[in-house]
Design a protein around this ligand. Structure first.
Ligand code: NAD
Ligand code: DAU
Length: 366
């Protein structure tokens, strides 16, 4: 039985990971530590919040004393670190929070883990610090470059990716210097339930439903490698079970798409939903383009993101071969599930967008 501390477990990927783990390993204990920033949403954990083996702690990963207390009081043996500032556009307009959480926060967690697991009278055998990182640390690719492997040199281009790269290096150093049992995974772009609607895929779905424009940065030919979020959780699971200590593992689905094509694909899927389900017309009367089946008319080319990386692509051969990893979801099934999820969970995205769940947080956790 594992006792896990999950940082950032109220965010998009962290919450999906918590659901995945609670469902698969029902006798494990999970403690979520989350600061509930604008991106964290306690509603993402609503269906499990009363389970006996689940505890939610509202707090900051930079609070080393709190993390040490949680590691000791809950006898944590496995820390899975998702907490981060994660949106590239925000890192361009306001890098400070990225330096604080992604670098200083990771450093604080490493110090706490070293103190509790390594520096006491006995070393905690079998402890694990798993760090969740991104393909963005490798920089950008031309259309013909081979995909990123774990040996690709780091070349981060945005304040976000630079802060993630710095945290990856600290994690590596804590293994090399102090013998902390670490693993790191570098994953490509995720999509699926609970994805905050400032990111491309949920933004496109919700904007169609609001009859708002679909902003395409620059020429829309930038390429991202998309993975269904549950397949990311599955990959981390395999790394935790069988990954070698001190190693990095790439996780990806071999699924490259130009932004403009993914936006057009989602537009068609939403249009089709309106054709298949007449209830949607009543529920989303402002979705004029979807009703008229002309959602592509909402596409608007806008100014490019400064320093915009042209292409990401993950070579996951090491993870596939060593850990027998294969994503379970195809893009067709994953994106169809995702569109359905947003259509079925309007209350979630409306409240995320207008911030109303914050009142609920205040009542429950302040
Ligand atoms: P997210 O922004 O949706 O969630 C981040 C979570 O961390 C939120 O719940 C937030 O409240 C919490 N948090 C932020 N600062 C905190 C702090 N100081 N203390 C405690 N909690 C804090 O992010 P996400 O998209 O779920 O990404 C999770 C992790 O996965 C990140 O480390 C990110 O770099 C990495 N990643 C993301 C993607 C992707 O496509 N989204 C792909 C690869 C890797
Ligand atoms: O590659 C992994 C990374 O993927 C993660 O590390 C990040 O945390 C995550 O946010 C994501 O970063 P991206 O910048 O790739 O994701 P985003 O959804 O912001 O943008 C995807 C692409 O779409 C990117 O090329 C920018 C473009 N875009 C985005 C938005 C929000 C647009 O063209 N228009 C938009 O409105």
């Amino acid at each position: 039985m594992k006792k896990l501390l999950i940082t950032g477990g109220a965010g998009f990927i962290g919450a999906n990971f918590v659901h995945y783990w609670m469902n698969k390993y029902q006798s494990d204990k999970i403690v979520v530590l989350d600061a509930l920033t604008y991106a964290g949403n306690i509603a993402n954990l609503d269906s499990i919040k009363d389970e006996d083996n689940f505890t939610f702690i509202h707090g900051d990963i930079c609070d080393q004393a709190l993390v040490e207390k949680l590691l000791v009081e809950h006898s944590i043996d496995t820390l899975v670190h998702f907490a981060a500032e994660s949106h590239v556009d925000r890192s361009i307009t306001g890098p400070d929070a990225f330096i604080e959480t992604n670098i200083m926060g990771t450093y604080s967690l490493l110090k706490a883990a070293k103190k509790v697991w390594l520096d006491g009278d006995t070393v905690l055998e079998g402890h694990r610090f798993h760090h969740v990182s991104t393909d963005e640390v490798y920089g950008t690719l031309s259309p013909t470059d081979p995909a990123f492997t774990e040996d690709t040199a780091y070349a981060p281009n945005s304040p976000y990716s630079a802060s993630k790269a710095a945290s990856d290096h600290l994690v590596r150093a804590y293994h090399h210097t102090y013998g902390l049992n670490v693993t790191t995974s570098n994953c490509s772009n995720n999509y699926g339930p609970f994805h905050f609607p400032e990111k491309l895929i949920p933004l496109v779905i919700t904007n169609i439903l609001h009859d708002k424009s679909l902003p395409i940065y620059g020429d829309g030919q930038q390429i991202r490698d998309w993975l269904y979020v549950e397949d990311h959780a599955y990959g981390i699971d395999l790394v935790l079970q069988n990954g070698r200590i001190g190693e990095n593992y790439n996780i990806g689905g071999n699924n490259e798409w130009a932004n403009i094509n993914i936006v057009k694909t989602i537009s068609k899927l939403v249009e089709q939903e309106f054709v298949n389900n007449s209830e949607l017309v009543a529920r989303f009367p402002t979705a004029k383009a979807a009703i008229a089946q002309n959602t592509e008319s909402l596409i608007t080319y806008v100014k490019d993101r400064p320093g915009h990386d042209r292409r990401y692509a993950i070579d996951a051969a090491k993870t596939n071969n060593e850990l027998d990893y294969t994503p379970k979801e195809s893009f067709d099934t994953g994106i169809a599930k995702t569109v359905q999820w947003y259509l079925n969970n309007e209350i979630w995205w409306q409240s995320v967008m207008n911030g109303s769940y914050q009142n609920w947080i205040t009542e429950q956790y302040e």
